[in-house]
Design a protein around this ligand. Structure first.
Ligand code: COA
Ligand code: AMP
Ligand code: ZN
Length: 431
């Protein structure tokens, strides 16, 4: 039942004691980085004078902007000791990069293995990972965790729907990791292939990377005949394996031996009570090469600190309720409106107005980008406009990593709003 019983069955006070020890050690480690050495000195905080977990609040938050501008200054070991990096999308100076030492990769894999084991995955299971490999953490993060656990791991990657179905049949897949909207979309491919997912030996799915509802989970469970567990993580905290549902399916246990959780009111920045939605803030308690202290995730959720029947004392998070910034998630890919703005405004043919609509058609997420073209270009011939549309599509795809549907329109056709223009409208029904 437990992957790491010694840690997973700690009582709340024992867990807190472990956190305090680890926090002291991580402060010592963080002092090796120019960024945190300065921050800790300014706050007058160090491993010797830290008396309680609450003392950490003397330190300012770390933000995505800090990571963007000072990321390399957060390393606590020379770059030559790092063995992997992952980066969020974006080439316009927006990407954030996380570096991992060999030990960090091992710690991360162990956390993912622990998460998977908690839901019932065992050696002998066949695990098909349908997340994006490459710079996304969902691919390699789960991959290493599944191998660590001892499951037969199929690195299927995202996309290629027919092949996903074929792999499941051929190898008798029992567990999958999949983006929830794609899980529902994939049912149409099953239909086309004449395969009934209920006849496959599937029993467990890990769903995450995008917000989804209880109703969506139940639909996935019914259609595939399995149990679906919500999985939460973010690249800045390794990737997947931060918080995970146990068999109770009633909130995601945060692995508090590895991540110190704070939930704050995003306005007052003060801690909120259990059950109140606030922004999640995490501190790495056992990352070696690039520990982040008080990282503001921008994700909104509430927590529950009451005992869980599964015996784990770690707090449980609600579903992610939204964001405190304007980031959107499409097909499991994070997109900032500024990325779209920069690509479009970098093209001389594009006028100043555009509109992005996000839609879900048959569980296929779709980004429609309506772009006003400058008068002089709009009157070019059809071949020119077709070429332009292709170029805009390619430029957006290369920046965002998802393919938009681009529509070129005449200047003055899109609605203009007073003040700050509403450029992105999300019509997706999260259910
Ligand atoms: N996950 C996996 N595959 C997906 C998907 C999703 N969320 N959404 C669509 N796809 C499939 C499509 O069905 C299509 O396959 P098919 O034609 O065989 O059915 C294929 O991916 C390409 O779809 P398309 O819409 O043309 O591609 P795109 O360029 O817009 O997006 C993806 C490309 C899907 C590969 C990209 O969005 C991706 O990698 N998503 C996963 C991201 C991820 O793993 N996130 C986890 C973060 S930790
Ligand atoms: P990335 O940095 O690419 O790993 O993306 C991490 C972000 O994806 C998180 O900050 C969340 O906004 C979102 N996310 C990850 N897992 C979930 C989940 N289970 N439910 C809702 N959103 C999630
Ligand atoms: Zn539990």
């Amino acid at each position: 039942m437990y992957w790491d019983a010694a840690v997973e069955t700690l009582s709340a006070p024992q867990l807190e004691e472990l956190q305090l020890q680890r926090l002291r050690a991580i402060l010592r480690q963080a002092q090796q980085s120019p960024f945190y050495r300065q921050r800790l000195a300014e706050a007058g905080l160090n491993s010797d004078n830290l008396r309680s977990l609450g003392d950490l609040r003397r330190l300012p938050f770390t933000t995505k902007d800090d990571l963007r501008s000072r990321g390399l200054d957060m390393l606590t070991v020379p770059l030559t000791e790092m063995v992997r990096l992952h980066a969020s999308s974006g080439t316009t100076g927006q990407a954030t990069v996380i570096y991992y030492t060999r030990q960090d990769i091992a710690t991360w894999a162990d956390l993912v293995a622990r998460s998977m084991y908690m839901t019932g995955v065992r050696p002998g299971d066949v695990f098909q990972n349908m997340m994006g490999y490459g710079l996304f953490t969902g691919g390699l993060g789960f991959h290493y965790g599944a191998e660590r656990l001892g499951a037969l791991t199929i690195p299927a990657g995202a996309g290629n729907s027919k092949r996903q179905v074929q792999l499941m049949r051929q190898f008798g897949t029992t567990c999958i990791h999949i983006i929830p909207s794609y899980a529902l979309y994939l049912l149409s491919t099953f239909g086309e292939a004449g395969v009934d997912p209920l006849e496959l030996p599937l029993r467990i799915a890990f769903v995450g990377a995008e917000p989804h509802s209880e109703d969506m989970r139940r639909r996935i469970e019914a259609a595939y005949g399995l149990k679906a567990y919500n999985s939460y993580g973010l690249s800045e905290m390794n990737g997947p394996g931060v918080a995970f549902e146990c068999p109770e399916q009633n909130g995601m246990h945060v692995w508090e031996d590895a991540f110190l959780l704070e939930v704050i009111d995003p306005k007052s920045l003060k801690p909120v009570e259990p059950g109140v939605v606030g922004e999640l803030v995490f501190t790495n308690l056992n990352r070696q090469g690039m520990p982040l202290l008080r990282y503001r995730t921008r994700d909104l959720a509430s927590y529950d600190d009451t005992p869980c029947p599964c015996g784990r004392a770690c707090k449980r998070l609600s579903r992610i309720q939204g964001r405190t910034d304007d980031m959107i998630i499409l097909k499991g890919v994070n997109i900032f409106p500024l990325q779209i703005e920069r690509v479009l405004m970098g093209m001389p043919e594009v006028h100043t107005n555009y509109l992005v609509e996000l839609k879900r058609e048959n569980f296929n997420d779709l980004m429609l980008v309506k772009v006003e073209v400058r008068e002089s270009f709009f009157h070019e011939d059809l071949r020119y406009l077709t070429g332009l549309r292709k170029r805009v599509t390619e430029a957006l795809k290369s920046e965002l990593l998802v393919t938009p549907v681009v529509e070129l329109v005449e200047p003055g056709t899109l609605p203009t709003t007073e003040g700050k223009a509403v450029r992105i409208v999300d019509y997706r029904n999260k259910g």
